[in-house]
Ligand binder design. Structure first.
Ligand SMILES: [Zn+2]
Length: 341
């Protein structure tokens, strides 16, 4: 090999050895073995040589190409591994650092109070009966002794669907009727929980959606004393064994007689506080003996069967229990509120 070729080979190898990046490698290839690279340019010299010298010179160029190509491939692999190693060490994960704590969810306060009540009534022998939130006018009003033009309807304005006579239930009572029609003439003990809707001005005290838990017991010889015993026991299990209850006469279209049940204030132990407005009592539910007309709509003969029913608002009770002052907090999705539970 001529001295010139030796020198070229030596230079290019040295240049290749000093390369550390893939970009520089590409540049090296372009300027050495590329179409206009230094080795390729050597072939132009072939024309200037004696014909006899050309084959030997050609072989030497090919030899140089081969050697440099092999060196290039080896270098390329080495650089590639170096790049990976550098990236790995740059982005290394320190496994000794403490991890980020995942945000833990909790049960919504409505769910909590509902479950507490399910457990209490479940222990007392009541089954949960689920029923639809979209009902007919007949299911929501008429079968519950509220015919069209009944004044009690004014207190329960609701949301109507575009289909005539189909509406969002204003109370869970349609579920009571549905259960009676499904199970009569067997005796029943159920609670009917779920979401109800009313078209109302939204304020700190009233919402357009809220849960209700209604309960119903129908059978032979059920009396008002059964109602008092059941609901007083419920109040004690929810608010504490020492709680007292009282019943005040009231009116509901679907019960007769009807009553409101108060529980002695658990916050001040009935001595008077802001929660009970210094009366010592908290109003927690409405109740009564099932109206004979309602029993008949449910498929029971009121001469043979009797029953009691009640309805309460879990959110209102949760507000008393946990000192929540604004009912809008339940559905406003504010984590500052929700994470307190
Ligand atoms: Zn009080």
């Amino acid at each position: 090999m001529s001295q010139d070729l030796e020198a070229l080979l030596c230079d290019e190898r040295a240049r290749l050895d000093s390369i550390t990046t893939l970009e520089d490698l590409e540049e090296w290839w372009r300027t050495t073995l590329g179409r206009k690279g230094s080795v390729q340019l050597l072939t132009r010299q072939l024309g200037t040589l004696e014909a006899a010298d050309r084959p030997a010179f050609g072989r030497q160029i090919n030899e140089i190409k081969k050697v440099l190509k092999e060196a290039f491939d080896a270098k390329k692999e080495a650089v590639r591994l170096d790049v990976i190693a550098a990236k790995v060490s740059r982005e290394a994960i320190d496994v000794t650092l403490p991890g980020r704590r995942p945000a833990k969810g909790g049960l919504h306060p409505s769910t909590r109070i509902l479950r507490e009540m399910y457990r209490i009534f479940g222990d007392m022998g009541f089954q949960i009966y689920r029923s639809p939130e979209v009902v007919t006018d007949q299911q929501n009003f008429e079968w519950l002794n509220m015919p069209p033009e009944h004044p009690a309807r004014d207190m329960q304005d609701t949301f109507y669907t575009t289909e005539e006579g189909i509406l969002l239930r204003t109370h869970t009572s349609p579920g009571q009727i549905a259960a009676m029609r499904e199970y009569h003439p067997q005796p029943i003990r159920i609670i009917v929980p779920g979401m109800c809707y009313r078209s109302e001005q939204i304020t700190a005290r009233s919402e357009i959606q809220f849960n209700q838990i209604e309960g119903l017991a129908v059978g032979h010889g059920i009396r008002f004393s059964d109602l008092k015993g059941t609901l007083t026991e419920f109040a004690k299990r929810l608010f504490g064994e020492e709680r007292k209850t009282r019943f005040r006469a009231s009116y509901f279209p679907f019960t007769e007689p009807s009553a409101e049940m108060d529980v002695s204030c658990f916050q001040c132990d009935a001595t008077g506080c802001q929660l009970c407005k210094y009366s010592g009592w908290l109003e927690i539910l409405g109740c009564g003996m099932v109206h004979p007309i309602v029993l008949r709509h449910g498929g029971y003969d009121p001469d043979e069967f009797s029953g009691f029913a009640w309805g309460l608002g879990p959110e209102r009770i949760a507000m008393m229990k946990w000192g929540i002052t604004d009912i809008r907090s339940f559905w406003s999705d504010d984590l500052r509120f929700l994470t307190q539970f």
